[in-house]
Design a protein around this ligand. Structure first.
Ligand SMILES: N[C@@H](CCC(=O)N[C@@H](CS)C(=O)NCC(=O)O)C(=O)O
Length: 218
């Protein structure tokens, strides 16, 4: 069976992405949890025993190891084509990959200023100009996808796709940092929050008791 190595569900937005892609596609996998940023070097060594990147997530499929959230989603999409993790239409698929790559490599200001922390009490923070620009761009992406594919379903490309897995943690960031969502982007937030796999991850994360002090300051 596939094994997915992940960190704390409360904090690890990168772990959430492939977990959600697998779970929302009903693909069976074993979860291997390793607590992040502890003082115990054994935890880091355990991550390193799975991937020399020293980071989670990592997917283990027999003797194949795939690390990095987006690579894992690509691998899963190839191995399970019936899950339709990318849109069937080539132009839409290119669009889905473009926004996924944009998420993967961008939005640094928002990520730094609003780290994912599910149990954080909902509270607004003052955002930098860069983070505000990130928020506007994300909502533009969601609204544009909704205009193009809203008739086929509530997710970015109608049905749930790898792009939704990439954007899911942002929905939590918007929620916990009380970031205002424009009316044309709201249907997307609502759809994500109603997704059973998203709700499952959230419940699991909220049940965790481990605290990473450096992520609690904001
Ligand atoms: N770009 C990577 C980021 C992975 C990453 O930064 N993971 C963090 C947790 S969310 C990690 O493993 N940190 C542990 C460490 O650096 O010791 C991906 O998409 O998978």
């Amino acid at each position: 069976m596939l094994k997915l190595v992940i960190g704390n569900k409360n904090y690890s937005s990168w772990s959430m992405r492939p977990w959600l892609a697998l779970r929302a596609s009903n693909i069976a996998f074993e979860e291997i949890f390793i607590p992040l940023y502890t003082n115990d070097t054994a935890d880091k060594e355990r991550i390193l025993s799975f991937t020399h990147s020293g980071k989670v997530p990592a997917l283990i499929d027999g003797d194949v190891t795939i690390w990095d959230s987006l690579s894992i989603i690509e691998y899963v999409a190839e191995k399970f084509p019936e899950a339709k993790l990318w849109p069937q239409d080539r132009a839409s698929r290119a669009h889905a990959r473009s926004i996924s790559a944009e998420m993967h490599s961008g939005f640094a200001a928002l990520r730094n200023e609003c780290g994912m922390n599910l149990h954080r009490p909902i509270r607004r923070v003052a955002l930098s100009d860069d983070a505000r620009a990130n928020v506007a761009r994300i909502q533009q992406i969601w609204a544009d996808c909704h205009r193009r594919h809203g008739k086929q379903g509530p997710f970015l490309f109608g049905a749930f796709s790898g792009a939704d897995a990439m954007f899911a943690p942002v929905v939590h960031r918007f929620r916990t940092y009380a970031i205002k969502v424009a009316p044309d982007a709201q249907p997307y937030v609502d759809a994500m929050m109603s997704l059973p796999a998203f709700q499952q991850w959230t419940r699991d994360g909220l049940a965790e008791t481990l605290v990473i002090e450096r992520f609690e300051a904001v």
